[in-house]
Design a protein around this ligand. Structure first.
Ligand code: C2E
Ligand code: MG
Ligand code: MG
Ligand code: MG
Length: 286
């Protein structure tokens, strides 16, 4: 629901509250204070590995502003990208995800972190990641970096080299929102990635619309052929989960299993996810 038009970031499909605050000039100022005021927190959403039932998590940032109320990431991430403050935010997320992984090691074995293109361009990214891993005793292969493209890559060559280095160190790389960018297939062609995450827009209608299902299953078979894993995002119903599992999708993520939630209910979340998965495995047999 995001479109970049010169320097204008226009956002659609937002609720009234978000539409109202996005134009407030103090949004950026408040965001810059959010870290110091302890208003940012990380939620986790389970991702189920269909073959083994292993549960991984995606870290999703939440901002509960004392002044503005809860602000949607669609709004504040766009603001932060425009102002350049996103690098600091992503760095805060890396540090705090790793810290939480260090505390609850056995639950948070594998976590995905979203990175903005601006953060990828930062020269300190490799250091920030490696330093956090070293301090919290985390193996880089426990961390997956999700890359989304809203803007054209300015220096593709440099980015490819950078991502290659991160992958050599052991970090996993995923293309997020696959299919939603006009350049999705080009990223798949040139970037050294381990995984694509098919955007939820592609999953929404697969149960009713065979045309949409064929598009998704073709992406799956293409990915299989080139050795790239696939996650289905936005799985909201049992029928969608069954279809994607039957089609050989590697991972499923969505409200059907669990909404993103704070780490103190991780155990409850993973139990529910596991039960939903066991259900699917049974249904898949008949
Ligand atoms: P994303 O990385 O594609 O994350 C998936 C979004 O889909 C999340 O929205 C999640 O809450 C939502 N979602 C998950 N399952 C379902 C479902 O079954 N149905 C529906 N309708 N939605 C579902 P959220 O948390 O609002 O985040 C929005 C975007 O903000 C993320 O999209 C990501 O691009 C960005 N973002 C979030 N946290 C960070 C961060 O720490 N750094 C950066 N750079 N971006 C972030
Ligand atoms: Mg993501
Ligand atoms: Mg996504
Ligand atoms: Mg997204």
């Amino acid at each position: 629901a995001k479109q970049i038009d010169g320097n204008e970031v226009r956002i659609f499909n937002l609720d009234a509250h978000s539409r109202e605050i996005i134009h407030k000039p103090n949004l950026e100022r408040e965001l810059r204070r959010a870290i110091g005021k302890n208003e940012l927190t990380i939620y986790f959403q389970p991702i189920i590995h269909t073959r083994t039932g292993e549960i991984r998590y995606e870290a999703l940032l939440r901002w509960f502003s004392a002044k503005l109320g809860p602000v949607s990431p669609e709004v504040f991430i766009a603001t932060a990208e425009k102002s350049g403050y996103i690098q600091e935010i992503d760095r805060w997320v890396i540090e705090n995800v790793c810290r939480e992984m260090g505390i609850v090691h056995q639950r948070l074995k594998r976590v995905s972190i979203n990175l903005s293109t601006k953060t990828l361009e930062s020269s300190e990214l490799e250091y920030v990641l490696c330093s956090a891993c070293a301090r919290y005793d985390i193996n880089p292969n426990q961390i997956e970096l999700e890359l989304t493209e809203h803007t054209l890559l300015r220096d593709e060559e440099e980015l490819i080299v950078k991502l290659g280095r991160l992958r050599e160190i052991g970090f996993r790389l995923a293309i997020d929102d696959f299919g939603m960018s006009h350049a999705s297939f080009n990223y798949l062609r040139v970037l050294p990635v381990d995984k694509i995450k098919i955007d939820k827009a592609f999953i929404q209608n697969i149960v009713y619309d065979s045309r949409e299902f064929h598009i998704v299953s073709s992406i799956l078979s293409l990915a299989k052929k080139i050795g790239v894993d696939v996650t289905a995002e936005g799985v909201e119903t049992k029928e969608q989960a069954l279809l994607m599992m039957g089609a050989g999708c590697d991972e499923l993520q969505g409200y059907y299993f669990s909404k993103p939630a704070p780490n103190d209910i991780l155990l409850k979340m993973s139990e529910k996810t596991k039960n939903q998965w066991l259900d699917l495995v049974e249904l898949n047999k008949v």
